[in-house]
Design a protein around this ligand. Structure first.
Ligand SMILES: Cc1cc2nc3c(=O)[nH]c(=O)nc-3n(C[C@H](O)[C@H](O)[C@H](O)COP(=O)(O)OP(=O)(O)OC[C@H]3O[C@@H](n4cnc5c(N)ncnc54)[C@H](O)[C@@H]3O)c2cc1C
Length: 508
């Protein structure tokens, strides 16, 4: 079994859907999507667009400025400016494909103020997560438009023609059957980020992070790998609510963080108020409180939402309802919250067409790196997924060789469950220990040594998932060891300060 298409997309999250939608609009008819879940997309609560009718005098230029500042000036300026300049086009694309957003009583679009932004520019729904709405309407409309969906398909390898150096497709396992090859001159990696490499995270299970190793093996350059995002206010208790992010928009609604002395500690470093504080700042200040013995017993602090109007809290129904169902009433009690791995700002390095260094391989959404820099503004993963999808589709029309003829080849795939059992758990523990909130040379060097041994072992070569996972962790650890400073989401205990002349990006 095998199949051929003009464009194949790995993943069916927002970035995949936006790419497919725009490609379809531009006249590409033979598009197939292969995925094994919906990724982080259904959890998206906030998505940022700067609309011309915004009431704050906001502009795409200010938006780009916020992104670069929140990212500690590491983000790729060309990509950031291009994304911001096209913000309206991203919003319009989603609207054309049926996505609707919440409005205020006066008919204007409802805008929330989330972390890292000067102005409220975050669109949402108040009856459900906007990500659920996006998946529901876009999946239906894209399938009706003739886009082929394979919903239980795990992409296990990229296919590269060693003579031409071009990517020609990928190998998939569908519904646990035998692996087969899918061929296309344009392959879009839209497989999300890497949070699950570290063990406990807010990521769903279908985003495993081994895909980073897959891309590297195919010859793609990777960038900004040290920047794993930690969501600052994830619920740490009660048990039923653990892992649920308390939206940073709650700080925009008037909520605030407290330490064990009852102090609004963020005000010390941000006297203008908690609203809009970048995630890296919130994380750092929480960690400081914990280090000073002023945190909670789970390694976090408290957020106070008790004074917020009940109707405002209920307008975040996924959050409010989960708390109530877990026996926790945010109107009556303080919530225990703290940082947890959540998303990834590194990934495949792309040019302005979202094509990687390897011809034929494009990357969008969390699969590509370089836009958010050292810290991502809240709600911007969703905007970036939309805009990268849109701009990639337009890039494919400019540079993709949609009619390239591809010859079939043998399926290459290695699987050995005993190797997985032996290594995967330990790899995750090593990654969790060395790449967590605080990093140091000793842990990073031992992670490099262990992952190197796994990569070099004859056993790991028998299982692609294991070798790709080891390679992904190895590369992130290498990037983290290289960066001898603390910047954004990357914190070195042995190099606590960020240095002004240390702004270059690391490419592997
Ligand atoms: C709990 C939570 C809340 C979040 N809230 C927000 C928010 O409010 N605002 C915001 O901007 N961002 C938020 N994020 C981040 C955001 O969800 C992601 O950055 C965004 O979904 C990225 O879109 P994507 O399409 O690139 O990847 P994803 O949505 O993660 O989709 C990845 C896709 O790839 C598939 N896939 C992965 N590996 C393979 C493989 N080997 N083979 C085949 N398919 C594969 C997955 O099944 C999925 O279909 C949140 C994330 C989480 C986990």
């Amino acid at each position: 079994m095998s199949s051929h298409h003009q464009v194949i997309i790995a993943g069916s999250g927002l970035a995949a859907l936006a790419s497919a939608a725009r490609l379809h609009e531009l006249g590409v008819k033979d598009i197939a999507i292969y995925a094994n879940g919906l990724g982080g997309t259904p959890y998206i609560a906030a998505i940022n667009f700067v609309l011309p009718e915004n009431p704050y005098g906001d502009s795409p230029e200010l938006y780009a400025k916020d992104m670069l500042a929140a990212g500690y000036n590491i983000g790729n300026k060309e990509l950031v400016h291009e994304m911001a300049a096209n913000t309206l086009k991203g919003y319009e694309l989603l609207c054309r494909w049926g996505v609707t957003f919440a409005h205020n009583e006066d008919g204007s679009i409802k805008l929330r103020h989330v972390s890292g932004h000067t102005y409220p520019r975050s669109l949402c729904q108040t009856t459900n997560l906007i990500g659920v709405e996006i998946e529901k309407v876009m999946l239906t409309r894209l399938a009706e438009s003739g886009i082929e969906f394979h919903n239980k398909a795990q992409v296990v390898n990229l296919i590269k023609n060693d003579e031409s150096g071009k990517i020609e497709g990928f190998t998939v396992i569908e519904d646990n059957h035998e692996p087969y090859n899918v061929y296309a001159p344009v392959v879009i990696a839209s497989w999300g980020g890497v949070g699950n490499l570290l063990g406990t995270s807010t990521y769903p299970d279908d985003v495993k992070g081994n895909t980073l190793g897959m891309a590297k093996t195919a010859g793609a350059s990777l960038v900004d790998l040290e920047f794993i995002e930690f969501e600052p206010m994830v619920m740490m208790s009660p048990e039923g609510a653990v892992g649920e992010p308390c939206p940073t928009a709650m700080l925009g609604e008037g909520g605030y963080l407290l330490n064990s002395d009852g102090e609004r500690f963020l005000l010390r470093v941000r006297p203008q108020g908690e609203a809009g504080a970048p995630k890296s700042l919130i994380n750092h200040e929480i960690w400081k409180q914990v280090a000073q013995g002023k945190g909670n017993s789970h390694g976090g602090v408290w957020v106070d939402l008790r004074h917020i109007d009940i109707n405002i809290l209920k307008a975040y129904p996924w959050f409010y309802n989960r708390l109530i169902q877990s026996g926790c009433d945010p109107k009556k009690e303080l919530l225990e919250v703290g940082p947890m791995p959540h998303s990834f700002s590194g990934g495949i390095r792309v040019d302005k067409n979202y094509e990687s260094d390897v011809k034929g391989l494009f990357a969008v959404g969390e699969a590509c790196g370089g836009i958010h820099g050292a810290c991502r503004c809240a709600g911007n993963a969703a905007s970036q997924a939309t805009l990268s999808g849109l701009l990639c589709a337009e890039g494919v029309m400019r540079t993709g060789e949609l009619d390239r003829v591809i010859n079939e080849r043998e399926v290459i795939y290695h699987r050995d469950d005993s190797v997985r059992e032996k290594y995967l758990g330990e790899l995750q523990r090593v990654a969790g220990r060395s790449l967590g909130v605080y990093r140091n040379a000793q842990d990073l060097e031992s992670a490099l040594k262990f992952t190197h041994e796994v990569i070099e072992s004859s056993q790991a070569a028998k299982d692609d998932l294991t070798s790709q996972t080891a390679l992904a962790i190895h590369l992130i650890a290498k990037a983290a060891l290289n960066r001898k400073e603390s910047r954004g989401t990357h914190n070195r205990t042995d190099y606590p300060e960020s240095s002004p002349d240390f702004e270059k990006e690391f490419i592997f």
